[in-house]
Design a binder for this molecule. Structure first.
Ligand code: UDP
Length: 149
């Protein structure tokens, strides 16, 4: 089983999309193992988006992601990292497939509603950045026998 880091960005929180986004992951069959509402510090934002440092959009991105509360989550399940990326859609919402989260709720790349880890390495790094070990729960869901064969 994999775990991935998912975050509803400040625009998603302001627009009341938290429930809708959580619902999509729940309904798909994934398991919520960590969840918190938080305001990201500048330092955390710069570390999280470290790979983009020096790019023209970096300052704007850090300003935006620290501008209001976000909802940080860890979701668990079979191939959840790649599947979450498919559920989110392309980085540029105008290029995202209709029906995906960004393709349903977004227009501009700098207001694309959701973040999700793009690889097992990023998932591990981002989960550790946002959550302490004791904030992540392991538990059984009886429904799993109806989701996994
Ligand atoms: N971003 C932006 N302008 C760009 C490219 C990216 O504002 O030209 C933002 C956008 O919010 C994106 C984030 O930077 O979600 C991280 O970019 P990345 O390429 O890692 O996309 P993601 O993994 O979020 O799809």
């Amino acid at each position: 089983m994999e775990r991935t880091f998912i975050m509803v960005k400040p625009d998603g929180v302001q627009r009341g999309l938290v429930g809708e986004i959580i619902s999509r992951f729940e309904k798909r069959g994934f398991k919520l193992v960590g969840l918190k509402l938080m305001q990201i510090s500048r330092e955390l934002a710069e570390t999280h988006y470290g790979e983009h440092k020096g790019k023209p959009f970096f300052e704007g991105l850090v300003n935006f992601i620290t501008s209001g509360p976000v909802v940080a989550m860890v979701w668990e399940g079979k191939e959840v990292i790649a599947t979450a990326r498919e559920m989110m859609g392309a980085t540029n919402p105008l290029k995202a497939q209709p029906g995906t989260i960004r393709g349903t709720y977004g227009i501009d790349v700098g207001r694309n509603v959701i973040h999700g880890s793009d690889s097992p390495e990023s998932a591990q790094r981002e989960i550790a950045l946002f959550f302490k070990e004791e904030e992540l729960l392991s538990y059984d869901k009886t429904l799993d026998t109806w989701i996994y064969e």
